[in-house]
Design a protein around this ligand. Structure first.
Ligand SMILES: Cc1cc2nc3c(=O)[nH]c(=O)nc-3n(C[C@H](O)[C@H](O)[C@H](O)COP(=O)(O)OP(=O)(O)OC[C@H]3O[C@@H](n4cnc5c(N)ncnc54)[C@H](O)[C@@H]3O)c2cc1C
Ligand code: SF4
Length: 510
């Protein structure tokens, strides 16, 4: 064997040019490692999903006669450390060249580039061939600009890749249909039965238990329901086009006690481990719409495509433009501890209870639950962004730092001082009530600011604005909120702040 090629757990791209030819001098390697299971406390379904997909990918390569060395977590040769495992294989097979695909995680990128400096054989890094953009493209696009606005980047992507364009104008006449993506779901369009895959993962569950890996969340069946192979990812995408796309945009921001996924695609895990590329998804959705979409409005399609070529590529570009400093930013100087109920769902606040229990049960919550329920509360309660990051990085099956960190620390917690969001995403109970039915059965009253039954979001909201005035007071997009605060009766504000302080002091009592 002459060349060793490393495949990380989120690099399961069977369409990569590496696999176009089968060179018998190449050995591929994949490792299940404690290094990866323990860097944060993960949801049990996240570990299950990664190992199941890695094993399926390794089997796919072996079935196609590629040379593969796969270390299961309990393999006797497994040192549980990436560098040590690589060193072993290089020595064992007298490897002359080491090759890897550029990691999307900064920590792994550092680890591998250090490793390559240290080894005395040749090494080479390759693109993962998964994204539309390369790591540095966004930084180059915004060079010299004061603000890195997603909308500018998104429009450029549309033009560059000729997506939803009519000549040099946006198809349908508008770049963005965000305003029609804000309907509350009241059961009027039935949600089709979800597509659950039945991947038997009992051996992996046993292994996790036997290895004493600390996990969060629930897994009480034998089968993992998210796609773990390319064929399943394609199947999920087909199902999305046929059943969900029609209402995706309309109910993108809606939340409901009876529904976990609504019209969302559940494709993030498959995409993030690269079973399917961003382009593959966009092309399939566009093709479906052009062929069968007579009754599908362009707003549904644009709403979905914006998430993929806009937000997803933008977040990745921001991560690579701003790391490693980004990981320590705390612009609002928040230092409180994350409430215990984030790990249990035990709270009387119905919105948080639902969003957290969904997350614990399924390793999933959609973007508005992440942003405007759990993220909103964490920001209003002025939680340390390190704690918030650790929770988000652990709890979701799709959580990888390159996408989790800019979404959490930037978009949701405004800890970057506005590099991603132009103002903090905070709201009182009224936004949650507008987009969901959570308030209908809540112990708290969405309209009240004061009193034992007043919705905690209401007092926390005004308290947050008041506390952060020296940092946010000059933000033009916050002007209206601050003028409302200024008009508030002074005694009322004192009482609101008292209630907010009691919530912040003991959030687990609420
Ligand atoms: C605080 C916070 C943390 C988040 N953490 C993650 C994370 O760790 N991993 C992750 O993949 N997404 C994250 N997101 C984005 C989004 O919530 C998830 O991608 C989405 O909920 C996944 O479900 P879905 O596949 O059904 O998405 P859909 O609603 O069907 O959207 C389609 C796809 O668009 C992409 N997408 C949508 N919104 C975003 C976004 N803001 N950033 C990047 N891609 C996006 C995803 O790939 C998603 O699969 C986070 C959002 C917030 C507000
Ligand atoms: S009343 Fe307040 S706490 Fe209760 S569900 Fe509504 S927003 Fe959440």
């Amino acid at each position: 064997m002459k060349t060793l090629r490393l495949i990380l757990g989120d690099q399961l791209n069977s369409k990569h040019s590496w696999y176009k030819n089968n060179d018998k001098n190449v050995l591929y390697c994949l490792f299940e490692m404690r290094q990866e299971t323990d860097y944060v406390t993960h949801h049990i379904q996240k570990i299950i999903g990664f190992f199941a997909a890695m094993r399926a990918f390794s089997n796919h390569l072996k079935d196609n006669n590629f040379n593969v060395d796969y270390y299961k977590l309990d393999d006797k040769n497994n040192t549980q450390d990436l560098v040590e495992n690589l060193k072993r294989l290089i020595k064992k097979h007298d490897i002359k060249k080491f090759e890897y695909q550029l990691p999307d995680e900064y920590r792994l990128d550092q680890q591998l580039s250090e490793f390559c400096k240290f080894i005395d054989i040749e090494s080479e890094a390759f693109s993962t061939e998964h994204f539309y953009t390369e790591r540095e493209d966004l930084k180059a696009f915004f060079k010299g600009k004061k603000q890195y606005l997603m909308e500018n980047f998104y429009r450029d992507m549309r033009k560059k890749h000729d997506i939803l364009m009519a000549g040099n104008q946006p198809e349908g006449g508008k770049w963005n249909y965000d305003k029609s993506n804000r309907n509350k779901w009241k059961g009027e369009h039935q949600i089709p039965t979800y597509k659950y895959f039945k991947n038997d993962v009992s051996d992996i569950v046993e292994l996790i238990k036997k290895s004493d890996i600390k996990t969060i969340g629930k897994f009480d069946t034998k089968t993992f329901s998210y796609p773990i192979t390319r064929a399943q990812a394609l199947d999920q995408l087909k199902y999305f086009c046929e059943e969900l796309l029609i209402h995706f945009g309309d109910y993108q921001d809606a939340m409901h006690t009876d529904e976990v996924y609504l019209f969302h695609s559940r494709l993030s895990f498959a995409m993030n481990i690269k079973l399917i590329s961003a382009k593959n998804i966009v092309d399939t959705v566009l093709n479906y719409w052009r062929k069968h979409g007579d009754n599908i409005d362009i707003s549904q399609v644009e709403g979905f495509i914006r998430q993929i070529i806009g937000w997803r590529e933008y977040m990745r570009g921001m991560y690579w433009a701003l790391m490693p400093e980004y990981k320590t930013e705390n612009h609002l100087e928040n230092t409180n501890k994350l409430p215990e109920f984030y790990w249990t769902g035990k709270t009387k606040m119905n919105c948080l209870k639902n969003a957290i229990i969904n997350s614990l049960d399924n390793g999933y919550a959609h973007h508005i639950q992440r942003l405007m329920v759990t993220g909103n509360f964490a920001l209003l309660a002025q939680i340390n962004p390190d704690d918030v990051d650790a929770w988000y990085l652990g709890i979701y099956v799709d959580a990888l730092e390159w996408v989790q960190l800019p979404n959490t620390r930037g978009m949701s917690q405004f800890a970057d001082g506005g590099k991603i969001a132009t103002k903090p995403y905070v709201s009182s109970g009224s936004y949650i009530n507008k987009m969901s039915n959570y308030c209908d059965d809540c112990y708290y009253d969405k309209k009240e600011k004061l009193g034992e039954k007043a919705c905690p979001f209401n007092s926390l909201y005004w308290n947050f604005l008041d506390d952060k005035r020296s940092i946010l007071g000059n933000n033009r997009r916050m002007g209206m909120m601050y003028s409302l605060l200024d008009k508030m009766d002074k005694d009322q504000l004192v009482n609101i702040k008292k209630r907010a302080q009691s919530i912040i002091k003991n959030p687990d009592n609420f």
